[in-house]
Design a binder for this molecule. Sequence first.
Ligand code: ZN
Length: 362
Amino acid sequence: MAATPSIPGRYDCNMSPPAPRLRVLEHVPDSLFHTPARDLERVLGGPTLLRIAGEQTILPLFVSTLLHGNETSGWTALCRLLGRGDLPRRPLLVFLGNVAAAAAGVRHLPGEPDFNRIWKNADPPYAAFAASVLNHVVSEPLAAAIDLHNNTGRNPHYSVLTDLSDANRSLAYLFSDKAVYVEEPDSVLTRATQQHCPSIAVELGPINDPHSDDLAEDLLRRVTAAPSLTPSHDGLTLYTSLARVHINPDVAFSFAGTGPPAPLVLTGGMEAVNFHAVPRHTEFAYTQRPFQETIQVLDPGHRNVTDQFFYQEGPHVRFARDVVPAMYTTDPDVVRQDCLCYLMAPLSPRKATPTGHPPPVQ
Ligand SMILES: [Zn+2]
């Protein structure tokens, strides 16, 4: 779910692009899978559903990618899987999301919403577009839904769950032994598709990292080749997202050991402990100002919970509780446009509330 780098102007920033209209391709030419993500809009004309045939006795897999236009590993993996003309054993319903943003190499275009925030309570043109996609998804039984994303920072690959059903956890464990349960935002595609079938989003790793492409290809090959999806998640480690850390917009910052001194200096090496337990009292930052003026921690309900997570000892800003950081980034643009990091806690499987659908056994 990487945030947007600076956006080259395909549209004037004051002009909204037209609302998207869904295309459906029942017969997909092999040549499409030799098309770079950047050229999909020119070839397809807009967001498109592709139907890829497989064995009729196996339930299809819904695969979505390019909801964020610059996150291309999912499309690269689909091209590797389908570019030689071989049909997968498992049929696929593929949704190619924001291909216009992909043409510009950005997350989304100026003036339009994030395509992974339109699946509930979107503005009318986008609500209609989202409904047209979901109508196709719910019109047939599906084995599962997998939404493919890249992200930023040094993180292990992991799944994101919006529901802790056994089926979702089993699907997540096919990808990684780590998964994060999130309650917000509630307008992501995974939350919409999980009403119909087991659903996960997967965070493959950085954009333009070949390893991210390999992970996506490996997952798709295994899920499409298997006649059944193993209903096991015994080794899955679950985390829940507690809050995210923002740096206040008017505060200049630097990372320790890099760049000139700044009013807020962030402790070095934190990116390396993404998905690792960090004990209470560990130093997080250094500032001569009251720390509440420099950073802000927001919980899933967007409440300011800064004092619950940090305290200050002289200039040293320290964690007030044990946490597991995730998505900590040292990219200043991402810090400004999204956030510095998320703070998580391990989630006991016993606390997980099993709900939803049966395991993904077909
Ligand atoms: Zn994303």
